[in-house]
Design a protein around this ligand. Structure first.
Ligand SMILES: [Zn+2]
Length: 247
């Protein structure tokens, strides 16, 4: 299969969740991704696909991923000790994070059903242009990020979660967790009717807005074990806490 973006014949092993984010939740040598069938997939650095991207295109979004990794590390550090609510991370452009999220969603929309493929409809092409071609971000696309805190001094990552469709503020979104932040990416022409996007929407912002919220508000934390068993949440362990993995 040629590269789905540019048509180049030679494709490479493209990581669906960027390797740098998969590694930060790795414990020891491997973290297990449990599939519904009960078998364990590649455990060294997450899930990948050999048939979607060439080296040049993967490298393009690799720059977005590297920038997002730095920004989300800084966000977690900045969030420690702050009160709940909306905060801003100075000097991080919201559009850069949206382009990173667009690339990740595009990969999940392009992979095999057995790897958790998502359906984006017409937004697949829109996100492809945002991620790979630097296209302007239309008003139908926006994102909010929630930093879930397990404790006041929490700066950990906990886990990542592959994208899945969800609703937020009455609009269609894709929900995922990476870099210790739960993101809702709007893929809908409608305007969300809640405060999350009005106050925390990152499109066009030069200082990245993000929400701080208690971890107990998020299903990624309250039903973690169930998600792991369904293969949606990559299990990892927080060594400092000395926690044991779920079975
Ligand atoms: Zn390509």
């Amino acid at each position: 299969m040629p590269c789905l973006v540019c048509g180049a014949v030679k494709t490479i092993k493209a990581h669906l969740i960027p390797r740098t984010f998969a590694l930060e939740v790795q414990v020891g040598k491997a973290h297990a991704v449990v599939r519904e069938s009960g078998e364990y997939e590649d455990t060294q650095s997450g899930i990948w696909n050999r048939d979607i991207l060439c080296g040049a295109c993967d490298n393009e979004i690799g720059k977005l991923e590297g920038g997002a990794k730095q920004s989300l590390d800084a966000l977690r550090a900045a969030a420690v000790g702050k009160p709940l609510g909306v905060h801003r991370l100075a000097g991080v452009a919201g559009d850069d994070i949206i382009r990173f999220l667009a690339a990740l969603l595009w990969k999940y929309a392009s992979t095999k059903p057995s790897q958790g493929r998502i359906e984006l409809g017409p937004y697949k092409a829109i996100l492809e242009n945002i991620a790979f071609r630097g296209a302007p971000i239309p008003s139908s696309v926006n994102a909010v990020g929630f930093r879930p805190l397990r404790a006041q001094n929490d700066d950990g990552v906990f886990a990542y979660r592959a994208p899945k469709p969800d609703r937020k503020g009455g609009v269609n979104t894709m929900r995922l967790m990476v870099g210790g932040v739960v993101f809702f990416v709007k893929v809908d022409k409608k305007t969300p009717r809640d405060d999350a996007f009005r106050e925390g929407g990152m499109a066009g912002q030069t200082d990245l807005p993000y929400w701080l919220a208690p971890a107990s508000m998020f299903e990624e934390f309250t039903v973690g074990r169930d998600l792991v068993n369904r293969g949606e949440l990559s299990l990892f362990l927080d060594r400092q806490e000395g926690r044991e993995p779920s079975e």
